[in-house]
Each structure stands twice: as structure tokens, then as C-alpha cells.
Design a binder for this molecule. Structure first.
Ligand SMILES: Cc1ncnc2c1ncn2[C@@H]1O[C@H](/C=C/CNC(=O)c2cc(-c3ccc(F)cc3)cc(O)c2O)C[C@H]1O
Ligand SMILES: [Mg+2]
Length: 214
């Protein structure tokens, strides 16, 4: 049987990137997706916006929903201060297998906890299982119809505090209309749209930054 796209992306990293060098892993994946095969990584243009918010928040605890191949996991984890953690959730075991190897190749496995399973099942267990009180930053990049239910679940589980920042990918393409309406109309959030483009294309897309007001 042939290889999958995530497996081909991993091979490109192992062949062309430098072990222990997160930037080379990021550049290799971006080059692979531009020149060989498009893949649904947040990409370099939206990634730069994400980087600036990670640096601004300088989070002690970060949650990522939807690891896929680990591209944004590496982007975020490379900017985290020593001793801080990123928990990333992925329910597809094949994607998780590739992501673990990408994260390890970048040398960031100490900062990343990849938990396999559906976010709806894992989120309610995070406090007790991982000793997290609240998340300072959440990056939403999983199935688009899960952004809203999982945001409400994070609120209900007391995993957000005054000032927690939600960064949501793809709010235009493929689009997350119910999530966008919620964070933009709810008095519990202060929301801002960062206009950009769908990864590796000229199609409009963007990130929505929503600060939880408690
Ligand atoms: C509920 C839940 N729990 C844990 N992991 C979950 C989960 N739902 C999805 N996941 C995992 O996240 C990943 C899913 C991400 C979904 N992302 C997408 O569907 C996605 C799609 C596009 C796109 C845009 C235009 C086009 F023409 C085609 C595609 C672009 C993107 O940046 C995307 O993130 C992989 C999946 O196993
Ligand atoms: Mg995305």
C-alpha cells in the first residue's frame, strides 16, 4: 500500500530538516506544501500572526485542538518559555504517530504533551489528569464544527480565566460561522479578526483572536 500525505511530509522533514532545529522543520514543511503537496497546516503567513500572539501572551499553559502533522505544535512550542507546556489533542492515531515524530525531530518533545482522543472526551479530564488550572492560550484548528462546542466546554470546565486568549484558524475558509457569531456577539469575549490567506494560496482566510473576559 502507498504512503499517506502525512507520511510523505514526515519523510521530507527527516530528509531535509536539521534535527533539533524547529525553524528548519517549519521551513521544510512550508516548502513541501508549496512545491510538492498542499496540506492543511496553518502555514507561514498565518503562522507569523500566530507567532506574534504567542510571544505577546507568553503563555504558561497552552492547549491546541487538532495536532494533524504537528506543524503548528512546533511553531507554538518553539516560542514557549522553559518549564511551560503545550497540550495538543489529536484523535486520528495515524496523524498522531506522524506528529510525534515531527515534534521529536524538532527537539520539542519536552514541551509538548500529545494526547490522543476526541477533544470532547479529553477536555473534561484535563484538570484532574494533567494538573492544569486554566489555559492562557488555546489554538483551535480541528474540525470546524467543533470550535463552538469545545469553546463552551472549556468555559463550563473552568479552563478559561479572565484574559485567556483563543486563536482560531480558518474562520473564513473553510469557515466557522457559528463560532464566529458566538465570540463576536458574546459579552464574555473581546474578539478581533486578523485578515490573511489560506495556507500556501491567495484565497482569503484569517485568524480570530478572542480574549475571554470571564
Ligand atoms: C474533535 C477532535 N478531537 C481531536 N482531534 C480532532 C478533532 N477533530 C479533528 N481533529 C483532528 O484535527 C485535524 C483536523 C483539522 C481540520 N482542519 C481542516 O479541515 C482544515 C481545512 C482547510 C481547507 C481549506 C480549504 C480547502 F479547499 C480544503 C481544506 C484548511 C485548514 O487550515 C484546516 O485546518 C485532524 C483531525 O484528526
Ligand atoms: Mg487550519
Amino acid at each position: 500500500t502507498g504512503s499517506t500525505r502525512p507520511q510523505r511530509l514526515l519523510k521530507a522533514v527527516q530528509k531535509n530538516a536539521t534535527k533539533g532545529d524547529p525553524q528548519s522543520v517549519i521551513s521544510t514543511i512550508d516548502h513541501f506544501c508549496r512545491r510538492c503537496e498542499w496540506a492543511m497546516n496553518v502555514g507561514d503567513e498565518k503562522g507569523t500572526i500566530l507567532d506574534s500572539v504567542v510571544c505577546e501572551v507568553s503563555p504558561g499553559s497552552t492547549l491546541e485542538l487538532g495536532t494533524y502533522c504537528g506543524y503548528s505544535t512546533v511553531r507554538i512550542a518553539r516560542l514557549l518559555a522553559p518549564g511551560t507546556k503545550l497540550i495538543t489533542l489529536e484523535f486520528n492515531p495515524d496523524f498522531a504517530k506522524v506528529a510525534r515524530q515531527v515534534i521529536e525531530f524538532a527537539g520539542l518533545q519536552e514541551k509538548v504533551l500529545l494526547v490522543e482522543g476526541p477533544s470532547g472526551d479529553i477536555i473534561p479530564k484535563i484538570k484532574e489528569q494533567f494538573g492544569i488550572t486554566t489555559f492562557d492560550l488555546v489554538f483551535l484548528d480541528h474540525w470546524k464544527d467543533r470550535y463552538l462546542p469545545d469553546t463552551k466546554l472549556l468555559e463550563e470546565c473552568g479552563l478559561l480565566r479572565k484574559g485567556s486568549v483563543l486563536m482560531a484558524d480558518n474562520v473564513i475558509c473553510p469557515g466557522t460561522p457559528d463560532y464566529l457569531a458566538y465570540v463576536r456577539s458574546s459579552p464574555k469575549y473581546d474578539s478581533k479578526y486578523f485578515k490573511s490567506h489560506l495556507e500556501y494560496t491567495k484565497v482569503e482566510d484569517g485568524l480570530e483572536k478572542s480574549v475571554y473576559l470571564g
